[in-house]
Design a binder for this molecule. Sequence first.
Ligand code: COA
Ligand code: ZN
Length: 299
Amino acid sequence: MSLPDKVEIIEVGPRDGIQNEFNFIPTEKKIELINALSKTGIKRMEAVSFVHPKYVPQMKDANEVLNGIEKSPSVQYMALIPNKKGYDRAIESGVNSLSLVVGASDSFNLKNVKMSREQSITNLATVIEKAKANDIFIRYSIATAFWCPFEGKVDADLVLKMVEEAEMLGADEIVLADTIGRANPKQVFELFQAALSLKTKSSISAHFHDTYGMALGNVMAALEAGITRFDASIGGLGGCPFAPGAAGNAATEDLVFMLHEMGIDTGIDLGQLLACIELLKPFTNRELTGHLHKVKGFQ
Ligand code: COA
Ligand code: ZN
């Protein structure tokens, strides 16, 4: 098995994780969580999204959250945006790193952002042009890159074309996301191997959900293909409100534990990460799906 020495974990709990929590989490609690996560050694985080508050009320305080956190100089705080309006709001909040999202599946994209895939790409192309002129880092997430909740399995060739298109548009990083957690390790290995063979200048990252319990298996397959950047969410929080049945992301603490056990450095302090779980517990009214925090006497 060929494994890297180092892996980067991108924490998406404050955005992908929290967006799916039913009860509104007070702004100061979100700030407290992001501040605590910033001290764990995590270097990049999806902190908020600038989407319509009618569709995702949990993110309505994105501006207040971004302005309330103690920004660590060693952490890149990213904001997810779906369109130009999101871009304008993010820029007003002082963001210098954006996460753009477009679904590979048309049906999902229509549900998620009310645009066809092609409309989204056209819309985001103008966003990228403006962002590039302002030296803003562009993370380009291809949602439903493996499976769609409405159309089933997604055509790998279509996703590879979208990767090439994202590269052409100027993305700094391209993320292939298993939005509904339905992919299997073989599918993951093959798609990432093919994506890496395109030799894009943009880096390529992976984003897995754990609906079928395959998130860590899929991480292993992506590692084997050569991927070294993974999204994860503290406690295993998460899920997309527009992808029925999707469970949370790979739990950050489980992923970090697995990598450390295999001798792979993440730069993250597992003890401090586990302490962040304690901050989550009071505002999630269900059991967190991550495993490590439930292990009695873990050391
Ligand atoms: N943030 C806040 N308001 C927004 C917005 C944004 N990013 N984009 C559009 N709006 C506002 C417009 O200004 C307009 O306001 P008005 O009625 O006061 O003039 C209104 O929304 C309608 O604009 P339109 O462009 O037609 O938006 P829409 O109703 O088609 O909704 C999205 C499109 C993308 C804003 C909406 O589907 C959305 O927020 N989806 C959330 C996606 C998400 O977070 N998914 C999970 C993460 S992948
Ligand atoms: Zn996700």
